[in-house]
Design a protein around this ligand. Structure first.
Ligand SMILES: [Mn+2]
Length: 269
């Protein structure tokens, strides 16, 4: 069993509740998913009350799941770059050829940054966040945070992309960091008439039959209100699956089982 969830944005209580309903977390908040696999597709921080609690829970569940024969992984979202960039560069201006009058502090503030998360960010959090993969192939599913083709700019394979992003985050080049933030903030590459073709191009490059992403909330893809969203959205001829229910916009925290047909109600936790 492989579950995915995305874009928690500091909303620890809905996250805990959703993992409980998926029978991955028991009443005491401990991993009870046995050998199941859970992948969190980024954006732990900002817009909600406690991004640090989200990160701490994920890290604890990684250990507990591993001890039970399961596996918990997390991917980088744009808000992780934002939190790390805010910590590292603050209001330092990005190089003018990349836009001018830009800084991580300004973008962090404009995108729901929370002072409490910055204040409690430890060296251990930073090391863990900086080591996360940006993209992973799991069976037939290519998992990533952002619905964009921008990943291709870092490399032509899953391994090379992850190595390059880690290399950037291990360094002090503000311009390269800013590029990470901008690339992971793009969206909507797989919508509209050409979207299926674009998705197939990405899958041809990296492998897999379907792209599974967060970042762009389902309501923004369907024209619904987030309160009306009840499950993941399969689109682009089935080549893309959007799983961000839009927690911060009043939508559900979707824990989606990948090894079931997403149209099947049993796929929803
Ligand atoms: Mn995002």
């Amino acid at each position: 069993m492989h579950f995915v969830v995305s874009d928690i944005h500091g909303h620890i209580e809905p996250f805990v509740g959703a993992l409980g309903r998926a029978k991955l977390l028991d009443a005491d908040g401990a991993w009870c998913g046995g050998g199941a696999r859970l992948t969190i597709l980024g954006d732990f921080f900002d817009r909600g009350p406690d991004g640090i609690a989200v990160v701490d829970l994920i890290r604890r569940l990684q250990d507990e799941a591993a001890a039970a024969g399961g596996q918990v992984d997390a991917l980088l979202g744009n808000h992780e770059i934002l939190a790390l960039g805010m910590h590292r560069f603050g209001d330092q201006q990005v190089p003018s050829h990349l836009g001018g009058h830009r800084s991580f502090a300004r973008s962090w503030s404009l995108n729901g940054g929370r002072v409490g998360d910055q204040e409690r960010l430890t060296d251990q959090h930073i090391a863990w966040l900086s080591g996360l993969d940006a993209i992973v192939l799991a069976g037939h599913d290519l998992l990533l945070h952002t619905d964009t083709t921008e990943y291709l700019r870092w490399g032509d394979s899953v391994g090379r992309i992850n190595d390059e992003v880690r290399h950037v985050l291990a360094g002090d080049e503000l311009g390269k960091w800013w590029e990470c933030w901008v690339r992971l903030t793009a969206r909507y590459a797989f919508v509209n008439s050409g979207g299926e073709r674009v998705a197939i191009g990405v899958l041809d490059q990296f492998g897999g039959e379907r792209i599974v992403h967060g970042h762009s909330i389902i309501a923004s893809l369907t024209g619904q209100d987030s309160t009306e969203v009840t499950g993941p959205l399969s689109y682009a001829g089935g080549r893309a699956l959007a799983i961000d229910g839009g927690i911060y916009a009043g939508g559900p925290c979707l824990v989606v089982r990948l090894d079931h047909d997403p149209a099947d109600p049993a796929a929803m936790a």
